[in-house]
Ligand binder design. Structure first.
Ligand code: GRF
Length: 311
């Protein structure tokens, strides 16, 4: 109960508080890339799991009638070390934090050379999402990789001050790179900034500007886009958002879908990686079709990104 009140009181002051503990919690939040609610759960699980492990370890020691002394301390530490990961994982299940703790324990084990991991587990792959709209796809991608062992959404790039995706970035504590037209098209297209931020992969999710050659060259085969129709149909300059769905409906298409493709110098043109379809019914409007398409995007985009980055 005390633990619960303590963690709740810490989390409630997370964004405003100026005490050392508030600053420390904000740092943790940034390090683990989690929102306030999730941080609260994580702290609570750490505290509960730790106390439970201590309690069970002492019970085991007394069951074996080991008296206080060097042997007691040695066995206590040994049991704690073995039990703690198992108990913490168990406690994390009802709070929905199992993936976070599994990846946390794996990383710890690898750092201590207790478990063998493939090198990649520790080497982060950092994604930048380029978006200029509401950012609902960006949100799904962030959610998907929140507790991933090595893939991180590390940056949101946006060319539209006030876009919804910027609220998502601030809520999720993800750094933002605002893109200015002049610098994007006449300069190095922010390649230096992206490199400096350690970005490995770029995902366009509702970013409407054409990607300059300099950026494509800086990230060869490392920029992908999602288009809300079945390319090569209904793509190209000016084909975005509702306009795509209106054109599909005006042509009485029986089906539409999504296309995930590599980005090259031509709008909606690079090699196709993945497509998924949905039926278009005679009663569909641009709005109802947009809903179906968003459903396909949410279901597939994060998984396709994960597959590409796991090869
Ligand atoms: C998506 O429909 C995507 O296909 C297109 O832009 C839209 C972005 O929507 N490239 P949101 O900002 O993710 O809600």
């Amino acid at each position: 109960m005390f633990l619960m009140i303590f963690t709740f009181s810490c989390a409630s002051r997370l964004n405003t508080g100026n005490r050392p503990i508030d600053k420390m919690l904000r740092k943790l939040q940034q390090k683990w890339k989690v929102n306030g609610r999730k941080l609260l759960f994580i702290l609570f699980i750490f505290a509960t799991g730790g106390s439970l492990t201590g309690y069970i370890s002492k019970k085991i020691l007394s069951a074996f009638q080991i008296e206080n002394g060097w042997l007691w301390t040695f066995v206590y530490i040994l049991i704690m070390t073995i039990l703690w990961p198992m108990i913490i994982l168990l406690v994390s299940i009802p709070f929905g934090q199992f993936p976070f703790f599994l990846s946390y324990i794996r990383k710890m084990g690898a750092r201590l050379h207790l478990i063998k991991t493939n090198k990649r587990t520790l080497q982060e792959i950092r994604i930048a999402i380029f978006a200029s709209g509401a950012g609902s796809n960006a949100q799904k991608i962030i959610d998907h990789f929140r507790s991933h062992a090595y893939i991180r959404v590390s940056l949101i790039a946006c060319n539209k001050p006030g876009a919804g995706v910027l609220n998502i970035a601030s809520r999720e504590n993800i750094p933002v790179q605002l893109i200015e037209k002049e610098k994007f098209f006449k300069g190095n297209a922010y390649s230096d900034e992206l490199m400096a931020a350690g970005i490995d992969f770029i995902v366009l999710a509702g970013f409407l500007w054409k990607i300059p050659t300099s950026l494509i060259k800086a990230f060869p085969k490392k920029i992908i886009n999602i288009h809300p129709a079945l390319l090569p149909g209904y793509g190209g300059k000016g084909m975005y958002g509702q306009k795509v769905h209106e054109a599909v409906i005006a042509n009485h298409e029986k089906e539409s879908g999504i296309t995930i493709h590599y980005v090259d110098e031509i709008y909606d043109h690079g090699t196709i990686i993945f497509q998924d379809k949905c039926p278009v019914s005679p009663t569909d409007t641009a709005e109802t079709l947009a809903k179906k398409i968003h459903g396909l995007e949410y279901k597939n985009f994060p998984l396709v990104i994960e597959q590409l980055l796991s090869k």
